[in-house]
Design a protein around this ligand. Sequence first.
Ligand SMILES: [Fe+2]
Ligand SMILES: [Fe+2]
Length: 294
Amino acid sequence: MDSIQTPNGDAPKLSEWVKQVVPTETVLRHPPLLPSAMTSLLKDSEDRSLDETVELVEHDETTSARILLWANSASSGAVEGITDLKTAIMRVGVGSMVQITLLSKFKSFLTVPLKTYGISGEDFWMHAFATAVAAESIEADLSFRVSPECFVAGLVHDVGKIFIDRYQEVFASAPMDRIENGDGELARHQQEVDMYGLGHATIGASVARHWGFGPTVVDCLAHHHDTIDGNSPEVKVLQLANQIAKSIGRKGGGDLVDDELNQLLRSLQLDMHDYEKIRNRSRNKLTKLAGTLK
Ligand SMILES: [Fe+2]
Ligand SMILES: [Fe+2]
């Protein structure tokens, strides 16, 4: 495996740099959606009235247009054209409306090439998108409820990579080596930890905390590359979603070897038959939603 090019001697430690950058970075001071709105969208969605829900998104033309598109798509079951947002939200349901809003808000933020990892902007976005969709698709086969926050955790789970990439760009002495894709995300995460003392999981958790996400999302991001024992059900759902997203992605494959995947599935009371069903469901929903997000 190629190593990451070591930053030059004058560079601050990654941990120190992250502490300074996260609160001051322009894009983090102005996240894709205000934390209060994100929290509001994720929680209490069943208690909120339809009018209040409409108010949260009606000022945003792009998101409103995408919700209307989804409501009018064949998959939503609409028989006649829907032109107003309230009817569209009633048609798609508040849960799907929240998901489309989050996807819409984060799409441009997460479509960013990561040179250090050799990942194109499109591939980085598609992995985030697919992990969110897979996280949501798992619940139907579980015998217990998991937090709807797994969807957003899936969407932003690798956000820490943006910071490692930026740090490398600013401080590494040229030419910068790339981390080999072939060794998988888990190996790359370990490489980050070995090199810097922290990886994209820890950085992502501090970004999520800064954005105002609750403990479930922060915990999911912090532990998504930990070994399976001792993790919360939500972390396990995110780990499985990450694996599914990889397996249905452009390059295929996944980070977990068969034993690890079987252990993870067993810990969620699932088997390989369920896994294949979830993969198919995720792939179908991804295809349908991708059309809405164009
Ligand atoms: Fe990751
Ligand atoms: Fe990932």
